[in-house]
Design a protein around this ligand. Structure first.
Ligand code: MG
Length: 373
């Protein structure tokens, strides 16, 4: 039985080592919502909201998620008895549309709290079966193909198991081709367009078919499934959906319409772990590979993603880069690291998140805080 007594919600600002550019913009400092949940027995757990600064990935942004958490999510969960964290998601979904990132921040915190209470790793509570997970790197849009090639070469040398190239119209085929020629036919490459194309660009996107990509991620609109089905008919490269998949129902729609053949599961995007597990289970039954994407999380969000990626259906490398890829200093110890062959260890020897939050450092980064009871 879990009963939440208090949630401390804060906003921190964590500077990125280098700006990260996608088709929807560039970010140089990450505003992150962090939560510390405390139950009536005094057990605490940290979690992280993944909403970005602006509503340019999904309809949510940090400030709208902050409002949703304080006004609607926290009041549904605080003081209520739950026998298991899987029971939180249905309570949050009842007559409460969307706002999945706000819901996920608290829902995932409840899973971390339960794992901590039981003294078991989060990965174990979720049903994870791996002790290490393969990671790829996500490379932001570069100014020239040469600059991109240099980054991709460095990534492969570091051991990354997959290189994801962010693309946009004008910085696509020539850029991906340059990387393919530099790294050879066997390098595991993929592209992510973050909704930058229209169905009328299908011929352009089909030029990527000759470049042997593992997949092309979310080329069309952020909430579209039907047009992706039309596009998939014209591509040999499998489409992977990211933004469009917000629930297991959307995953079913994708499979039914053959709108994509791979899913990038981000627990924050789909309302948390229970929804992620439902999508994972469905995809496993349908033999649709899944992998865990990233939202420029701190080490807290990374812990959640690594735990999820240890489940058996996560058969493609995730975007689970080590802390040093993004941050001069992460907010957890130990920081997340990767082996020379691109593997991240699942911390199965420690309960809960498996890392310790550096609360002194978090205090120095905090720009606002509210305590909800
Ligand atoms: Mg994506």
């Amino acid at each position: 039985m879990i009963r939440l007594e208090q949630i401390t919600l804060r906003e921190i600002r964590l500077p990125l080592r280098e700006p990260f550019r996608t088709s929807f913009g560039s970010v140089s400092e990450r505003r992150i919502a962090l939560l510390e949940l405390r139950d009536t027995d005094g057990v605490t757990a940290w979690s992280e909201g993944v909403a970005l600064d602006a509503p340019n990935y999904s309809a949510e942004a940090l400030d709208t998620a902050w409002f949703a958490m304080t006004e609607w999510v926290a009041p549904r969960v605080l003081g209520r008895e739950f026998t298991h964290p899987r029971d939180v998601y249905p309570v949050l979904e009842q007559d409460f549309r969307g706002n999945w990132m706000a819901k996920a921040a608290i829902e995932m915190g409840m899973w971390v709290l339960e794992a901590t209470r039981q003294g078991i790793p989060l990965a174990t509570l979720l049903g994870g079966t791996r002790s290490e997970v393969a990671t790829g790197i996500s490379l932001g849009i570069q100014l020239t193909p040469e600059a991109l090639v240099e980054k991709a070469r460095a990534a492969v040398a570091q051991g990354y198991r997959k290189v994801k190239i962010k693309i946009e119209p004008g910085r696509d085929v020539a850029y991906v081709r340059a990387v393919r020629e530099a790294l050879g036919p066997d390098a595991p490459l993929m592209a992510d367009a973050n909704n930058a194309y229209l169905l009328s660009d299908a011929d352009r996107l089909a030029e990527l078919d000759d470049l042997g990509l593992l997949m092309i991620e979310q080329p069309l609109a952020w909430d579209d499934i039907v047009q992706h089905a039309s596009l998939q008919k014209r591509l040999r490269t499998p489409i992977c959906l990211d933004e469009s998949i917000t629930s297991v129902d959307k995953a079913r729609d994708m499979v039914t319409l053959d709108a994509g053949r791979i899913i990038n599961i981000k627990p924050g995007r789909v309302g948390g772990f229970a929804s992620s597990l439902a999508i994972h289970e469905y995809c496993l039954a349908q033999q649709v590979p899944v992998w865990c994407g990233g939202m420029l999380e701190s080490g807290i969000g990374r812990a959640c993603n690594v735990a999820l990626a240890s489940l058996p259906g996560f058969t493609k490398p995730g975007d689970l880069s080590p802390s040093a890829r993004y941050w001069a200093r992460d907010i957890v110890t130990p920081e997340w690291t990767m082996s020379s062959d691109g593997m991240v260890r699942v911390p199965l020897d420690r309960p809960g998140l498996g890392v310790t939050v550096d609360t002194d450092f978090v205090d120095t980064l905090t720009v606002r805080q509210v305590v909800l009871r």
